[in-house]
Design a protein around this ligand. Structure first.
Ligand code: ADP
Ligand code: ASP
Ligand code: MG
Length: 443
């Protein structure tokens, strides 16, 4: 069994959906196919939700109508038979009736917003499943809301996902393609919820781990993980192999190609993750696994934005123990993860990416230490690879490349495969470009 996930651009046009059908049926292996919403749909639904929240009924209706027209055209170009088209139209009529009724609920709460945003994946999967039926492919649509579960901390519950999926899959052993929704899930209150933006990657990995798949494939619009952010840096190239640790680090620190948590379930069950390009299926992509054959050295760079640096000073820290524990207990109390940390004898600097409780955290920290004003709009630049062999050189090469760009924090040595720098976000693009030129060689 394999799990293949297709992102928004991979299903965003009728001809792409047709080529996905060809891809998933190109061999006889049973597959769970996880789909995102068609590209642009999630953003549109969020916009509709915004309008509904503000009671802007006319604006909400206008956006809904525009989206409906898009789906009408999509369906008319996808299906090839009269019955198929009838089924496609029935699906979108039904879904858009539901979308319309959601947007008229007052007051329109977060709960309704989450139900609304889930419609993107519900639409794409129903349309694709109907297309597979039209093409006479042995297939079934398995609703993710019946098995994807998160806990009160919004963490997926793998054990529950596993037993629910096992029970459901037992009814469909004869089916070649099992289609399901990425992104969406239910929370402990039984409400529709989601795994946050880009969450379909995470769904695929969770399902892969749950069914102990042979491989998890993430199909997108680029040939694998590149050595740097191709949206920002001019010359990038695909990295053919990454370890779980390297890929997890890159995803967590901003490589948009993967949702930040994607690698964890796959790593837990030692299942290789392959990143593939839907537009160019024969391209090798990137394999993420436990071991690697490629040589050591710097592999890739990523950057994470919206980071805040907090500077904590304590004269009492001199020769003191227990101070760091007290500091971290405060972050724990407010369920705020710390990403980077650097220390001197009397000072600690940490970064967080969630400012929701910054005021409360600062107030409590202020009771045990002196605080300098925190810096917002910072970016963590993460340099990833296997540094063991090249250890003496890595830091020098990084700092040399960064010589014209102010660095706020440096974290190095915690593992053999990561070095992180904190820079002001306005310097991020220049830093990524400078590191690209300084650390990689190009043919
Ligand atoms: P999907 O809709 O298939 O989930 P995403 O847009 O979420 O696709 O992710 C793919 C995009 O991630 C690429 O088009 C690329 O612009 C961006 N990206 C950012 N960093 C990287 C990287 N290091 N390697 C490859 N793609 C990256
Ligand atoms: N459709 C969701 C999003 O746009 C999930 C995903 O595409 O992975 O964030
Ligand atoms: Mg994505």
């Amino acid at each position: 069994m394999q799990v293949w996930k297709f992102g928004g651009t991979s299903v965003g046009k009728p001809e792409r959906m047709k080529s996905i059908q060809q891809l998933v049926t190109s061999d006889d292996e049973q597959k769970i196919v996880v789909l995102s919403a068609l590209s642009g749909t999630t953003n549109s639904l969020l916009m509709i939700g915004e309008a509904a929240k503000k009671n802007e009924d006319i604006a909400a209706e206008k956006h809904v109508n525009e989206l409906f027209t898009h789906y009408e055209t999509f369906v008319s170009e996808l299906f090839t038979t009269k019955e198929g088209l009838k089924k496609g139209n029935a699906i979108i009529e039904n879904e858009f009736n539901h979308i319309r009724s959601l947007t008229t609920i007052k007051p329109f709460t977060i709960k309704h917003d989450k139900m609304l945003v889930a419609q993107g994946e519900l639409l794409s999967t129903q349309i694709f499943a109907a297309y597979l039926v039209e093409q006479k492919i042995s297939s079934v649509l398995l609703p993710a809301l019946e098995f994807m579960r998160i806990d009160a901390d919004n963490e997926p519950i793998l054990s529950e996902i596993e037993y629910r999926l096992k029970e459901l899959l037992a009814f469909h052993e004869d089916k070649k393609i099992i289609v399901t929704q990425g992104f969406i899930c239910r929370n402990p209150r039984g409400e529709v919820d989601n795994l946050k933006r880009g969450g379909s990657d995470y769904t695929a990995s969770l399902i892969g781990a749950a069914v102990r798949a042979k491989e998890i494939q993430i199909w997108t619009d680029i040939d694998g993980m590149h050595n740097n952010d191709p949206r920002i840096v001019k010359r990038t190239f695909p990295v053919r192999e990454l370890t779980f640790e390297e890929a997890a680090e890159l995803a967590y620190f901003g490589a948009k190609i993967l949702h930040p948590s994607t690698i964890n379930p796959a790593k837990l069950r030692d299942i290789p993750v392959r990143l593939k390009n839907t537009m160019e299926p024969s391209a090798p992509g990137t394999v993420i696994s436990k071991t690697q054959t490629s040589s050591a050295g710097i592999k890739a760079i990523s950057a994470k934005d919206n980071v805040t640096a907090i500077y904590i000073h304590s004269t009492r820290m001199l020769n003191a123990y227990g101070f760091l524990r007290k500091v971290f207990e405060i972050f724990e109390k407010f369920k705020t993860p710390v990403d980077m940390i650097t220390t001197s004898e009397v000072s600690v600097a940490v970064t967080i990416d969630n400012n929701e409780n910054l005021d409360k955290i600062s107030k409590m920290l202020g009771q045990i230490a002196d605080l300098e004003e925190s810096d917002q709009d910072q970016s963590i630049i993460c340099i990833v690879g296997s540094f063991l062999a090249d250890k003496p050189n890595i830091a020098i090469r990084v700092l040399e490349a960064m010589k014209d760009i102010p660095i706020r924090m440096i974290s190095y040595g915690a593992s053999e495969h990561n070095m992180s720098l904190l820079v002001d976000s306005k310097d991020k693009n220049a830093a990524l470009e400078a590191l690209n030129e300084g650390l990689f060689t190009f043919e």
